[in-house]
Design a protein around this ligand. Structure first.
Ligand SMILES: [Cu+2]
Length: 658
């Protein structure tokens, strides 16, 4: 099937989705758990965090401000240019400092898989996805499976004394199913290479999850989800503040009709609501000159309706969606001996967004396929907080308290499969509206370049053309793939120097206001290969190159240097062992103009040993490993303010399925 050809299996430990769901548009999938025997597909085993699962996707990098809540970067584009949805639900972070990417409000035990659509060809619910879209697929046991299945997992990492515990149950019958799970993580401060303790790298998290499904009739299904996730005492060693509480409540209810003997396959309509509370805390930091309270909250209500079908050689998806999001953040400063100072940093922005999307996977011949996708979205924004609105109006006297934007994306790709080669070409165009921070943020201190940032309500939509191509050659024993994509932006949104304003944060270098650059470009190229050397030995390797330029040819910040990794996997009966190396070259080009400092080259080695066995219906999965075997002291380009990574880390994880 041509649809499976769109799934590129990069690492031997990532496999394609095993659901019956049509997934022709997905570029890459990492399986977090399977509904079958409950085996997890991560190098670290059952207790790996979502961030660690995300790091297995070859197009994803992670910006790390501490041990917890890493920010996914897709095709070298951050949150602003990436859509993240949970089972198609929109959810927006509540921190003005990006401490809480939405992936931090779920736990890996909540998920079946994470799918990535690269570039402008997003999943149906995605908007603003120039770099790509991530959809976190929730774990659903489904109907007519084993009546009861229980699983439990526990993990310990010696560096930082990370403890992970999880337990979940799944019940299934012909008319009803349910998953219920609880998860807990706790970590102290970790040691960097050489043995020094990194203060404020601790965290704690609890998560409760349930999913239920009922059959109203043989072809009519109602499904519901509830996730409660609370992180407390989270340290951010790269920032000036920590988080005392980050809490998410995620709910949904959906109705699905399955068609028989028609063009249509499924029609699913989901309503959802989620609420996030984020409370920052600097009370544990020494030498705080001015103590600050900085809470933020985000709530989103939405719905989507997705119709899928097959007509002759077409596989179609039609989607309508709508969401209403409310974002508010403020800050109170307590200068010693003086009256507190209050300001609104996100002026209670209410966004109503409506979109229509269509995709068609067209099987032209047995060896050729064409894929087309399009989405158009209308957005209305209103600033409900008068104080925040008037503060911003001082800088933008002509601004109003309401804005409208229309955004769109179009993508087309062609695939030719002539054994042993597979060739693909694609192109697309898409636009995004400025984020709330970019349009209306007020004196948000960015510790990356030490500037205070002010939003700009008169920003134009950013847009980009994308070109992509790949060439894959494979036999039964080996597989090699060269792929690349390039994005050519117009009105690229980035902070620009504003020398007429003075900063508010003590120690800040100055003020930047978001603006549109006429042009910018981002290029990514990678070569991956896999070789099944013998029945007991696999080898895989990957090397990638990326570049980002602004309108005058200067390097954009946070673009990956040359990165490489290679693994040898040995298998014997139900044992496997892995020896891996990964690293980055020196960051030859870095965003000096944007306040970035150069990251040094690094190489680390990892080893692990796994046992994966089922004895009389009881599945056992054991994983022992050492990360950063030689205790190298290093920081990657995406470690915020070059906070060092973990030194040598010995871990042991176990999971049992009944
Ligand atoms: Cu925060």
């Amino acid at each position: 099937m041509i649809s499976s050809l769109f799934i590129s299996i990069i690492l031997p430990l990532t496999v394609g989705a095993d659901t019956a769901e049509w997934n022709g548009n997905i570029d890459e999938v990492v399986v977090v758990s399977t509904s079958g025997q409950g085996q997890k597909r991560s190098i670290k085993g059952a207790t790996a965090s979502i961030d660690e699962h995300l790091s297995e996707l070859s197009q994803v990098n992670l910006i790390r401000r501490g041990s917890y809540a890493w920010e996914p970067v897709v095709n070298n584009m951050q949150t602003e240019r990436v859509s993240t949805t949970i089972d198609g639900m929109k959810i927006f972070y509540a921190c003005t400092d990006k401490m809480d990417p939405v992936t931090s409000y779920v736990e890996s035990g909540n998920l079946q898989s994470i799918s990535l659509n690269s570039g402008l060809d997003g999943n149906p619910q995605a908007t603003g996805n120039i770099g790509g879209s991530l959809d976190l697929k929730l774990r659903k046991v489904g109907f007519d499976k084993d009546p009861l299945r229980l699983s439990a997992s526990a993990g310990h990492e010696f560096n930082g004394h990370l403890q992970v515990y999880g337990a979940d149950a799944a019940v299934s019958s012909h008319r009803f199913y349910s998953n219920v799970g609880v998860f807990y993580r706790h970590a102290g401060n970790y040691k960097t290479g050489g043995g020094e303790v990194l203060p404020f790298s601790q965290f704690q998290k609890v998560n409760f999850f349930t999913n239920v499904g009922f059959k109203l009739a043989e072809h009519d299904i109602v499904e519901g989800t509830l996730i409660f996730d609370r992180a407390t005492n989270v340290g951010y060693p790269a920032l000036n503040m920590d988080v005392s509480k980050a809490q998410g409540v995620i709910t949904s209810l959906s109705y699905k009709h399955l068609f028989e003997h028609t063009v249509w396959n499924t029609w699913e309509t989901k309503v959802y609501y989620n609420h996030i509370t984020h409370i920052m805390d600097d009370t544990k930091r020494p030498d705080v000159e001015i103590h600050m309270d900085m809470p933020g909250k985000s709530s989103t209500a939405g719905l989507y309706s997705l119709l899928t079908g097959n007509y002759k050689r077409h596989a179609l998806q039609l989607n309508a969606d709508m969401y209403y999001n409310q974002l508010f953040a403020d800050m109170t400063m307590y200068p010693g001996g003086a009256a507190p100072m209050y300001m609104v940093t996100w002026p209670d922005v209410r966004t109503l967004n409506t979109g229509l999307s269509a995709t068609d996977n067209l099987q032209l011949t047995a060896t050729q396929a064409l894929r087309l996708s399009a989405k158009v979205a209308w957005q209305q924004q209103r600033l409900h907080n008068k104080e925040g609105y008037h503060a911003l109006k001082v800088f933008f006297p002509t601004m109003t308290d309401a804005y409208h934007q229309t955004t769109a994306r179009l993508a087309a790709s062609y695939l030719l499969d002539v054994k042993p080669f597979t060739v693909s070409f694609g192109t697309g165009w898409g636009s995004r509206a400025a984020t709330v921070t970019e349009a209306y943020g007020y004196y948000l201190n960015n510790t990356f370049d030490q500037y205070d940032y002010i939003g700009n309500p008169s920003l134009k939509n950013e847009s980009a053309w994308e070109l992509n191509a790949s060439l894959q050659a494979r036999t039964s024993k080996w597989n090699m793939k060269l792929e690349g994509n390039a994005f050519f932006f117009s009105n690229y949104i980035i902070g620009q120097f504003e020398t007429r304003l003075s900063p508010m944060t003590i120690g800040a270098e100055g003020v930047k206001v978001y603006g549109n650059l006429p042009h910018a470009s981002i290029l990514n190229v990678s070569l991956t290969s896999q070789w099944n050397v013998a029945s007991w030995l696999d080898w895989n390797g990957r090397v990638s190159y990326s570049a980002g330029r602004d309108d005058d040819g200067s390097s954009l910040p946070l673009i990956s240097p040359v990165a490489y990794q290679s693994n040898l996997t040995f298998r014997y009966q139900f044992f496997d062992a892995l020896v891996g190396v990964k690293g980055n070259a020196r960051q030859a080009r870095y965003g000096e103009k944007y306040g970035e400092t150069k990251a040094a080259a690094w190489t680390i080695f990892n080893v692990s040993l796994g046992v994966n066995h089922t004895i009389s219906g009881v599945g056992l999965n054991l994983r022992l490993g050492i990360e950063n075997l030689f205790d190298r002291h290093y920081a990657t380009y995406s470690d915020w303010n070059h906070i060092p990574q973990k030194g040598r880390n010995v871990y042991a994880n176990v999971s049992i399925q009944l």
